[in-house]
Design a protein around this ligand. Sequence first.
Ligand code: NAD
Length: 429
Amino acid sequence: MSSNINTIAVLGAGTMGAGIAALAADKDCKVLLLDISLEAAQKGKDSMISERTPMLKDISKIKNVEIGTFENDFPLIKDYDWICEVVVEKLDIKRQIFEKIEKYRKDGSIVSSNTSGIPLRDITENMPIRLLTDVCITHFFNPVKVMKLCELIPGEKTNPDIISKLSIFLEKIMNKGVVNGKDTVNFIGNRIGCYLILKGLHQGKVAREEGLVQEEIDNLMSKPIGLPPTGLYGLVDLIGLDVMYSVGKNLEINLPENDKGLPYVNLPKVEQEMYDKGQLGRKTGGGFYRIKKLENGEKKKEVYDLDSLNWREATSISTEGNFNTILEDTKQGNYLWEVMGSTLAYAADLIPEIADDILNIDRAMRWGFAWSKGPFEILDEIGPINFINKCKEKNIAIPKMLEILINSENNSFYMDGKYLTKEGIYKDI
Ligand code: NAD
């Protein structure tokens, strides 16, 4: 099967819309980029060729991009093979755009939303069957040019040919790593990644009471366990506390009853106060960290002390650790067990709810969150039996995939180029 996708209409020219449009234009697709005003669309187009961080690899490909507005140019989408909605993360606005898409698109065109976590069934509720068969989620990660992951999620009535065509296009033409998810809140990467972040913030208070300083928490939550160098608080500064707040609200509404993430959907007290006063992260000049310019021109990194509620100079503490620290009975180990250990257990309980196999989960975390290893690869690294023993010691129910592993009488999720399926047998990767 070939993809037969040559023309793409991108609706929304913000960070992600411009990124997706640039990627397609780079690959010589004809791109239509629409937004609420010509200024907004032009701003998106300009960001593709910005001098400092151009989204296009080859800036001459800007010729492939035409811009317009929702008000005047929507009918043009009739000439496009794939219509990708990338407007703000608001259900009612996405639904309005979808209604317009259905009115103007040609038969057989593919329609997708780039939502970070709103279920597709909510976006398309009560919409015509003509749309429901042609619709899916294409969830790219930021920055689109850099991050390999695109989660692809069909709706209940989506024609499987649409998913095959898009998969081929995303992998072969766009050079993305496609992960197959399900229509569940926050899909795969954000479901697991946001659990880690929110649990990490809540557990941070306990860890500080046990004597860990914030910088140590960030050191632990980075290289030692294969996460990017930002650590936890640094990552939230990058994402924005406002985004984490909204993610929590979405999770609160859409997580299944009894989900282990439910106790952590609200920000902890101090983080909520930071949110309330607009101390959101890099976008507001500071969140957990800020860079202060001294009179002599030098720059000083400061940390917002979550206990004294004052800014102080950030300390450079060196923190030793590796994947095995997760199982150690030390204050560092306790924190990592509660945060990373419980995230591994959470992931191992989410098959088949969010994905059919460990491959899709591991790839989502490596390609979308830049983890050096996915959850099941980490479990193999520390030894699934060691992990199970720690669960028993802590009186935690053995997570589903670990139960399947023990029942299969094996001791690793990956073996000789094969992976363990939910049926308890090994399959070629
Ligand atoms: P953005 O704020 O940069 O862009 C949003 C776009 O929506 C803007 O171009 C804006 O003009 C448009 N818009 C605003 N109000 C509108 C309205 N009433 N009607 C129509 N359009 C309107 O946001 P973004 O980061 O590009 O996010 C877009 C989508 O991608 C969201 O669904 C978001 O959840 C998702 N997403 C974002 C990221 C990320 O890291 N930024 C990652 C993955 C997915």
